[in-house]
Structure formats: C-alpha cells, structure tokens
Design a protein around this ligand. Structure first.
Ligand SMILES: *Cc1c(COP(=O)(O)O)cnc(C)c1O
Length: 414
C-alpha cells in the first residue's frame, strides 16, 4: 500500500473526499476565511485563520472609532462594555448562559486569577491544589505560583486519575480539557462531578476545545474555566482570552488582580476596592480594544453554526485523515497518539514519528501546514469551519511522499 500517486487506493480516497465535501453542511464556511487553495492549513489549533471580513471592520475601528471619535468611542462605540458583550457571544459555544464570561488578558493571566480565586472560594482547611501533570506548561507554572502565594501544596496528577486523587484536603483542580500534545479529550463531566463531590472547585482550561466541540460548562456544573480565542475561535494573534465564573460563585469571587475596571464604580476613584457584580468582576485594567474588536468581528463566522455540527465534522475529518494515513503511509513509520475512541478525541491528530522535525519541515514546504511538538510529535489540527475532506486526503498523501524521501532514522537539522 506504499505506492502512492496514481494508485487505485489514492483514487478511491480522493473520490471519497470529494463526495464527503459535496455533502458537508459546513463546506460553505470556508469562503468566509482568507485562505489560498495552495495551502492545507492544519494549524488552526495554534493560530486560527483570518475571517475575510475582519480587515474591513478593523479599518473602521481604527479609522472611525479611534481616528475620529477618539475618547467618545468608549461609550459611543461600545468599547467599555466589550469584555462582557463578547463574553456573551462566546458563551453559547461553550454551553454557558449569558453573564458568566468576560474577555480580556491572556489565558495565562486568567489561569492565575482562576486558581487563586478558586482557593479563596474553597475556604479554610484545604491545603492542596491538583494540577494536570500533562498540562501545557504555562498552566503548571502559574498554578505553582498560585500555590506558593496561597500557601497550598501543588500536586501534579494525570487527568485520568484526578477523580480518584481529589479529597477533603483539595481546594481546587486545574485541568486541560484537551491535551495540546496528544489531542486526548478528558472526561469533563465525570471529573467535574467528582471534584465537586469532594467539596473542591473544578477549573478547566478550554484552549483546545472552545470552538472545536461542545463543552457544556453550565450543564456539567463547572466552577471556573479559561480559554483561548486565537485557536479555534479565530480571534487573531494574541487575541484576549476568556474567563468563566459560574453564576453561583460570582458574589464570592475574589480576584487576585482587582483592577479599577472590575470596580463597582470604576470612575468613582475611591481608594477602597469594591468589586462589581457579575462577570465584570473578572476584569483587571483597560481592555485591549483593537484585539478585542477583531475577535468580536471574527465571531460572526459562528452565526447560525451549532457547535454540535462542528463536532460531527471534526470527528468525521479526523477519522478520514487517520484512514488515509493508514492507507498511504508504510506501516510503522508513524504511530497515532490521539485516541481512536471518539469520546476521547479532541479536534486534532497527533502522530509520533522519530523523524518528525525533518518531516514537518518538508510538509510545510509542500504547503501542508501542521506543527511539531518536540521531540517527535507531528500535530495536525482540524478546524471544521474551513478544513475539508480533500485537505485531509492531500495532507496524508503529502505525508507519505515526504516519508518516502526521509529515511527512517533521519533526525534532520531542526
Ligand atoms: C494555547 C494554550 C495556552 C496559551 O496561553 P497564552 O497565555 O495565550 O499564551 C494556555 N494553556 C493551554 C492549555 C493552551 O493550549
């Protein structure tokens, strides 16, 4: 099965891809993005593609709102309330009722707010914070600092063991919903229930699930959550992150970064801090308006899109990509590390491959853009709003071609 171009296997899969694209209810969304036909973009889990209408909106924001209205735009252009307003746009995508999400700062900063606030909400007598041992590093660094600051012990746990590790001494548990490296989806409903049953708070990092799959924050009783908007939500490089505080915690939510914009009377310039009600309490300082409004415009691509439909296509795409890889790539050259089981799969496929650095370099040269997670993981993100089945087939075919050029055992320069 290792002969590639022109074989009946490739023709068969190429035909299947065309058929699947023809009946894909989301196929029409691709034209909403600035993408070229030469590139297969499988890195939307690092930086989502640009929605094509955003530059014109930003020209208006800069030229009219900043350039002409200037200070008046805080009110007249709705700048001041953008963090809550945009939070309410993200809310349905992660299963949250309005009034619980605020947009601003980076995910890293929001992890810090969430962990410290969760420890404060948990109250006295609980001396440990559990943290995902496989987490994207920033969450781990910040949880460690939050633990030192609050005088708690930091206990790393594998997400699969979090439900049994949580106990009466646990204040908070911070986990990634989807593992950024392997693409494994963790059991948010089950783990959240176990954490809450132990009297602790569950904090989820949704960076690799927001915009990729249904999260159900309210339905599953999540306490706090954070997430990125420049990955599957296409908000642009460095777009502000979001913070979810479940309504039942808002009155007691005590932010470790109580800036003036989360004050009940921000323009009262009083020396004492008094927190505003609701999601606004998660704000800190002046919002990053240009990035924030680029994100707001980018969210238009979700109008009329159910995240369930995105999930269905994501699973079909990743299944099909895995099938093409199995058909085209000689056995043993790559090993999928993303789970087969749908219930445990995010919206990416990671393949371990000893020659990964050289292979990814050559794939990108051929216009198949995924990324590398050192030392040996080839990572391909599938963004259902703009990636199609023909893209998946082409990427698998390019991978087989590149592997035919790179001998097994070659490590490459990078
Ligand atoms: C992408 C990602 C981040 C990014 O954090 P920034 O503060 O935006 O740099 C954090 N956590 C996880 C799990 C991520 O995947």
């Amino acid at each position: 099965m290792s002969e590639i171009a022109g074989t009946s296997v490739a023709e068969g899969l190429g035909d299947r891809a065309r058929e699947l694209d023809a009946v894909d209810p989301l196929a029409g969304h691709r034209k909403l993005f600035a993408l070229d036909e030469e590139t297969v973009y499988l890195d939307g889990n690092s930086l989502g593609a640009l929605p094509a209408h955003v530059p014109a909106r930003m020209a208006e924001v800069i030229g009219r709102e900043w350039g002409e209205l200037r200070i008046r735009s805080w009110d007249e252009s709705g700048w001041w309330t953008a963090p809550e307003r945009i939070g309410d746009r993200i809310a349905p995508l992660v299963g949250a009722a309005p009034g619980q999400i605020v947009v601003g700062d980076s995910t890293s900063v929001n992890v810090f707010k969430a962990v410290v606030a969760a420890v404060r909400l948990a109250g006295e007598g609980r001396d440990e914070i559990l943290v995902d041992a496989t987490t994207f590093p920033t969450d781990g660094y910040l949880a460690a600092s939050a633990a030192r600051l609050t005088g708690k012990r930091l206990v790393p746990v594998a997400p699969g063991e979090a439900a049994s590790a949580v106990g009466p001494g646990t204040a908070a548990v911070l986990l990634n919903h989807v593992d950024y490296r392997t693409g494994r989806l963790h059991d948010l409903p089950g783990i959240t229930a176990a954490v809450r049953a132990a009297g602790a708070l569950a904090i989820w990092d949704l960076c690799h699930s927001a915009g990729a799959l249904p999260v159900g924050l309210d339905a599953h009783g999540v306490d706090l959550a954070v997430g990125c908007t420049y990955k599957y939500l296409n908000g642009g490089p460095g777009a502000p992150a979001f913070l979810y505080v479940a309504e039942r915690h808002q009155a007691a939510f005590d932010s470790p970064l109580p800036g003036w914009t989360s004050h009940a009377d921000p323009f009262g310039t009083t020396p004492e801090y008094a927190a505003a009600d609701g999601a606004v309490r998660g704000r800190v300082g002046t919002p990053d308006i240009l990035s924030m409004l680029a994100l707001e415009a980018a969210l238009d691509v979700w109008d009329g899109v159910a995240v369930e439909a995105v999930r269905a296509k994501s699973l079909a795409l990743t299944d099909f990509f895995l099938e093409c890889v199995a058909a085209y790539v000689p056995a043993g050259r790559v090993v999928p590390v993303t789970p087969e089981v749908h219930a445990e799969r995010g919206s990416q496929v990671s393949l371990s491959c000893p020659e990964a650095p050289e292979v990814m370099r050559r794939l990108i040269e051929r216009g198949v853009v995924g990324d590398l997670r050192r030392p040996d993981v080839l990572r391909f993100g599938f963004t259902p709003l703009y990636v199609g089945f023909a893209d998946a087939e082409r990427a698998a075919r390019a991978l087989a071609e590149v592997l035919a050029e790179v001998p097994a055992g070659a490590r490459g320069a990078s």
